[in-house]
Write a protein that binds this ligand. Structure first.
Ligand SMILES: Cc1cc2nc3c(=O)[nH]c(=O)nc-3n(C[C@H](O)[C@H](O)[C@H](O)COP(=O)(O)OP(=O)(O)OC[C@H]3O[C@@H](n4cnc5c(N)ncnc54)[C@H](O)[C@@H]3O)c2cc1C
Length: 604
């Protein structure tokens, strides 16, 4: 063999190895043994080899190469990302595209996508709620197109409310609503509305008072009370009026009628569109999980790792190396360790804070323990298709059943069912982990759903051929009266101590928002990591995934944040609260208008 090519090869190899060794960003996968057994508890500790070979990008040159696990001791990733939901995968994709080595650790052994995954049961696909892909952010819409391209369908939107044997178009059409209620009830509704106009509750403090002022007591009881209480598990007279004011901003029965009579103009651009009112939306043909499967594939092609079945159980910052040491546990109890310059977390703040070492101050730990969540389960039913309804979903306002909403996945995309002779429905039940519904056996839940679907006239029990149950922990971060204070306390502790720790996404930031918001926080985080500085304040991303840069970081949040249900009697206002740092501002009013029975008020 000629010597010259050999020598060039040796020099190039040496250069590559030197790059790996010298670049702070060139990453390899670390293997055990664990330096700190105490961090994760002794009992389950066992070391094992990583089951994959890492494909890593060279940060400096952009070159990609593969190394097997024997040469991967002490790897250092640019970012370790907790969670393969929309936020985690968006961050991974944006970083991997810039050749930054990333590893995503996802606890679910089977699915990526988080709450936006699609569960496959005997080739029937179940979406966890029904995920419309709609964003006012061009960046987010482009991201979806880049990832899923032709697989994105444009779907018509149709939804109704079921109440005492009648279906009402949603968003509500006042004349249709009044005619379906019958002449007597309609007259009573109008009288109750007029009474509310003449004698409104002064300074309404509760959701109930606020809505009753706008629509009258009777319409409140029919179209607002039951569903809101089903979703949040608290009475409408405990929910703050602030939330209603934001959700149903500017609307009353009077203005709704005026709108029905005179409003014909279509909005000129997407910014004008209120999310709830959109009459078409995009949807991947095999459900939202298809988007996140495709994204995972792209991240892997770019050299990033997306590892399933890895529950993160420890996040330790090593001040000697300035690296995060992230410990994950798999289903066998085996532990692995990953080292990274940055830690991006989309796991619930509550869980993250409990894991961080060195420990955060007690106030922050206590604040994290105090955050609350609402859980959710879907009973998936496979039903002979008798053409009973073609809506995407129906809100069940009827108090005689526990189900809160029924999804018809075939209307989201015909490919959600493998056989056109069947439909797949998702009956959604809102609950708290551990409560009666949550702990009911799958079999009993399917029986309950079978009875309730007939009761609400959407299918005959006899047409139900099969079913499954999908439980979703922490589906909703609860905005109780103290949540903002808790989040502020935690943020302050994190900002002061850990500039390389980044919170993203829904539970990751305790924000009751959609995919686009979660993704935008991840996009900005990736930019921050690549820039090596916090150029963007991710807390300033509003409900519509818009980033408002003006003013000091965080200030805009005051104007654009989502306002959410808080318990009556403690409406937030920044006041003179010592826990609020300059950069942390409480939400007050949203910039977007709502409408009758605003979607978020009613739903996710
Ligand atoms: C009923 C319902 C309907 C919805 N409808 C819509 C809609 O129509 N349109 C829309 O855009 N959005 C909708 N959303 C919101 C959307 O689901 C979320 O905004 C989005 O999934 C949030 O993404 P995320 O990545 O922040 O969090 P998640 O989706 O929660 O993902 C977080 C991931 O982290 C993983 N994880 C958590 N802890 C750990 C750990 N310790 N170790 C490893 N992994 C961990 C989880 O398993 C999960 O995969 C809806 C939500 C609900 C509940």
């Amino acid at each position: 063999m000629p010597l010259r090519p050999l020598a060039i090869g040796a020099v190039l190899t040496a250069q590559v190895l030197a790059n790996i060794a010298l670049s702070p960003y060139a990453g390899l996968v670390s293997r055990l043994p664990f330096p700190d057994w105490g961090a994760v508890g002794h009992s389950a500790l066992r070391t094992r080899r990583l089951p994959f070979s890492a494909r890593l990008a060279n940060w400096n040159t952009g070159a990609r190469f593969t190394l097997d696990e024997h040469t991967m001791e002490r790897a250092i990733f640019k970012a370790a990302i907790v969670g393969a939901g929309p936020a985690g995968l968006t961050a991974a994709y944006e970083l991997a595209k810039q050749h930054a080595p990333v590893v995503v650790l996802e606890s679910d052994p089977e699915y990526v996508g988080g709450i936006s995954r699609t569960v496959n049961y005997k080739d029937f696909r179940f979406d966890i709620g029904g995920h419309r892909f709609f964003s006012k952010s061009r960046e987010v819409e482009d991201f979806w197109t880049e990832i899923a391209g032709e697989d994105m369908l444009d779907r018509p939107r149709s939804s109704r409310i079921y109440y005492r044997g009648q279906f009402y178009t949603y968003p509500l059409k006042p004349f249709e609503a009044l005619s379906k209620l019958g002449i007597v009830e309609s007259v009573l509704c109008v009288l109750s509305f007029l009474a509310a106009r003449v004698h409104p509750t002064p300074n309404p403090k509760t959701f109930e008072d606020w809505v009753s002022n706008q629509f009258g007591k009777r319409l409140f009881r029919i179209f607002f009370k039951t569903y809101t209480e089903k979703v949040w598990g608290m009475s409408c007279d405990e929910i703050s009026a602030d939330w209603a004011a934001q959700r149903i901003k500017g609307l009353s029965l009077g203005s709704a009628i005026k709108h029905a009579l005179f409003a014909k103009r279509k909005p000129k651009d997407r910014k004008e569109v209120v999310k709830t009112l959109i009459d078409t939306f995009r949807y991947p043909r095999l459900g939202p999980g298809m988007m996140w499967d495709a994204c995972t594939e792209k991240v892997r092609k770019l050299g990033g790792e997306v590892l399933l079945g890895r529950r993160v159980v420890g996040c330790r910052f090593d001040s000697t190396s300035n690296l995060w040491i992230v410990t994950s546990r798999d289903a066998n109890g085996d532990l692995e360790e990953y080292r990274a310059e940055h830690l991006v977390s989309s796991m619930p703040i509550q869980e993250l804070v409990a894991q961080i070492e060195p420990h955060l101050p007690e106030a922050a730990l206590q604040a994290a323990r105090s955050l609350r969540y609402r859980d959710f389960l879907t009973v998936g039913l496979i039903v002979h298709d008798r053409g009973r309804f073609s809506d995407n979903w129906i809100y069940i306002h009827d108090p005689s059943v526990q189900v809160g909403r029924v999804q018809n996945y075939k209307s989201w995309s015909p490919e959600m069912v493998p056989d056109a002779g069947y439909c797949s429905y998702g009956l959604e039940y809102f609950c708290f982990e551990g409560d009666g519904l949550w702990t009911t056996s799958d079999r009993d839940l399917i029986d309950l759903a079978r009875v309730e679907i007939q009761k609400v006239n959407l299918a005959a029990s006899a047409d139900v051929v099969d079913g499954c149950v999908i439980r979703q922990r922490k589906a909703y971060p609860v905005y109780d009266d103290a949540y903002q204070q808790h989040v502020n306390t935690i943020r302050k502790a994190l900002d002061e101590n850990w500039p390389t720790l980044h919170l993203v996404g829904r539970n990751g930031m305790h924000k009751y928002n959609n995919q686009d918001h979660a993704m935008m926080t991840a996009m900005l985080t990736a930019k921050n990591i690549l820039a090596g500085t916090r150029k963007y304040d991710v807390w300033a991303v509003n409900q519509d995934a818009e980033y408002h840069e003006a003013g000091a970081a965080g200030e805009q949040a005051a104007e654009v944040e989502t306002q959410v249900p808080v318990r009556n009697g403690s409406s937030p206002g920044s006041g003179n609260r010592p826990w609020l740092s300059e950069r942390i501002v409480e939400p007050r009013h949203a910039a977007v208008a709502g409408e009758v029975g605003s979607e978020k008020g009613l739903s996710h």
